[in-house]
Design a binder for this molecule. Structure first.
Ligand code: ADP
Ligand code: MG
Length: 563
């Protein structure tokens, strides 16, 4: 399963000074280091974040830098959360885009309206892309929820029957956790959305409901947390590169693989947190003080959760998600199955120095959050993926097996085809060697006959010198010479073979019908004596010739002495 650890990205946004602040002569006490995501508060308090957006940053820039990729991730089944933190008036609502001032221009649209536009254009784009590829278009289901957390009470901003006076009555909204650790709610209105405009209308309606209630209750909306959630459910044709690969699909006996679908789900939380200012600053008493304490309770719990998650070195086992409804609702977005961005909003004015400092410190803790992001894929899709991988593996194996059995030219596993190439090469070499052996054999025969011829010529020459030109003797000698040559060849051959062959060779050799000793020619003793018993090999013949020579020499010496 696809997963990775993703930290929460803390970003900082400094809003421009409001006209009121300018009129009242407030000074700017923040400065951003050029080219660095670093902010300097006052003279010496420096903080670094993943993103720092200075006074003049456009809404669009914030969206494309931080949020755009999270919407893309939702299409792949990853959850996402954007949190806006900061004191009241620091620009949280403006940044999230739920203010809905009547005269707001398109350029001033905040994160949520842009995300909605991105989501629906992404849906259209994916449908078009699938159709142009001749594939079944993916199906999308978008639904939305809009909750407000006030005094540890969950309020449903989509509940049209909601009575503003019922704020303090207990709602029947419950927070649950499923087996995989995902958080879900019951008793909450979930609107099924079919278009971008419809979702924008819902957002406006909910935001208005929040403001109206606040006005009627005579408190500011900044005392509550607003959580806008988009659920995306996608059913699409599985795309498997290993099966789309032509070679593998061609093995499927010509049948097209059946179309299979996977279901991906993702939820996107947009959280406009309550103002982070300290209670004493508002000077609230009584009921409002209670509200203030409650609000701080949610933010305090959020801070503690962030700290616990970041404290991995000390092996903090308990993460206090249950300390507040806010942290419980966002449990799987904080260190859970989600990509999280916290945008801290601050005022640049010196009179907000202390609150800005607190916000900067708080956001610094968000860097500790390590989220484990996992694709939300349903169980059937997971099983199908696993089976698919198994099939692909087996097909691969089968292909290798086939390639190993067929002759060369068949494309397959390299191991097998290498074996085939090697085999063919060896066979070729073998037949070439055979040809060579045959040719050499012929050469040997030719050389043998030539040697016989030359030796007989030599013998004839010697006979002529001896003055005895007897034709019959000449023929006899020639026969002997040929026989000797043949024996020599056989001897050489037998030497290169084993002992048994050598013995059988001497047995097979034929004995000449006559002996040289009966008519020894003078001066030919050395040449003729080897012709004695031929079966005792050529060397024996030579040995006897030498003996004859010795005997003749002795005879001569004796005769000399006698003289
Ligand atoms: P919060 O929700 O944090 O209480 P708001 O978003 O309501 O703060 O912002 C307070 C005021 O400041 C609003 O009038 C808003 O229009 C203005 N404001 C906030 N951020 C910006 C900005 N980046 N550019 C222009 N005006 C802003
Ligand atoms: Mg606000």
């Amino acid at each position: 399963m696809d997963s990775w650890n993703s930290p929460a990205w803390p970003g900082l946004r400094i809003r421009p000074q409001l006209s009121k602040e300018k009129i009242e002569g407030c000074h700017i006490c923040t400065s951003v280091t050029p080219g660095e995501p670093q902010v300097l508060l006052g003279k010496d308090k420096a903080f670094t974040y993943d993103f720092v957006f200075d006074l003049d940053t456009w809404q669009e820039q914030i969206y494309t830098t931080c949020v755009g990729k999270l919407i893309e991730g939702c299409f792949e089944g990853y959850n996402a959360t954007v949190l806006a933190y900061g004191q009241t008036g620091a620009g949280k609502t403006y940044t999230m885009g739920t203010g809905f001032d009547m005269n707001i221009s398109e350029d001033e649209q905040g994160i949520i309206p842009r995300a909605i536009g991105h989501l629906f254009s992404g849906i259209e784009e994916r449908k078009r892309a699938a159709q142009s590829q001749g594939m079944a278009a993916p199906e999308f289901k978008v639904s939305a929820q809009f909750l407000e957390l006030y005094n540890e009470e969950i309020l449903d901003l989509f509940d049209s029957a909601r009575d503003p006076d019922a704020r303090h009555r207990k709602s029947n909204i419950k927070i649950h956790e499923d087996a995989s650790g995902s958080i879900y709610t019951t008793g909450v209105t979930s609107r099924l959305i079919s278009s971008q405009d419809e979702l924008i209308q819902c957002l406006k309606q909910g935001a208005l409901s929040r403001t109206t209630a606040s006005t009627q209750m005579n408190v500011q909306s900044s005392r509550s947390h607003a959580i806008f959630t988009i659920h995306l459910c996608q059913m699409r044709v599985c795309t498997r590169p290993e099966l789309v690969n032509g070679e593998v699909t061609s093995l499927l006996d010509g049948t097209q693989p059946t179309t299979e679908y996977e279901t991906l789900t993702a939820k996107f939380h947009f959280v406009d947190l309550a103002g982070s200012e300290r209670l004493k600053r508002t000077g609230a008493t009584g009921e409002r003080a209670k509200e203030g304490i409650s609000i701080n309770c949610g933010l305090l719990a959020l801070g503690n959760v962030i700290s616990a998650l970041g404290d991995q070195s000390k092996k903090v086992v308990h993460v206090p998600y249950r300390d507040s409804k806010l942290t419980r609702l966002l449990q799987d977005s904080l260190g859970g199955n989600s990509q999280t961005i916290m945008i801290a909003c601050v005022s640049p004015s010196d009179r907000d120095f202390m609150e800005t400092l607190n916000t900067l410190k708080y956001a610094n803790r968000a860097r500790n959050i390590k989220n484990k992001v996992v694709v939300n894929q349903d169980k059937t899709s997971q099983q199908i993926s696993a089976l698919r991988a198994e099939i692909a593996r087996l097909q691969m194996e089968l292909m290798e097996y086939k390639a190993g059995k067929r002759v060369i030219g068949e494309d397959g596993s390299e191991g097998y085809s290498d074996l085939f190439r090697e085999n063919a090469m060896l066979q070729k070499e073998n037949s070439a060697l055979r040809m060579r052996v045959k040719a050499m054999q012929e050469a040997i025969d030719a050389i043998n006959s030539r040697v016989t011829h030359l030796m007989s010529q030599e013998a004839n020459l010697m006979l002529a010198k001896a003055g005895d030109g007897n034709e019959a003797i000449g023929a006899l000698i020639q026969n002997y010479i040929r026989e000797i040559e043949e024996l020599r060849t056989k001897l050489l051959e037998s030497e290169s073979m084993n002992e048994s062959l050598r013995r059988s060779l001497s047995r097979v050799s034929a004995r000449p019908p006559y002996s040289m000793s009966s008519s020894p020619a003078p001066g030919l003793a050395g040449l003729c004596s080897p012709a004695a018993p031929v079966e005792t090999e050529a060397s024996d013949v030579l040995r006897r010739a030498k003996q004859d020579l010795e005997r003749l020499k002795k005879k001569e010496r004796r005769q000399r002495r006698k003289r």
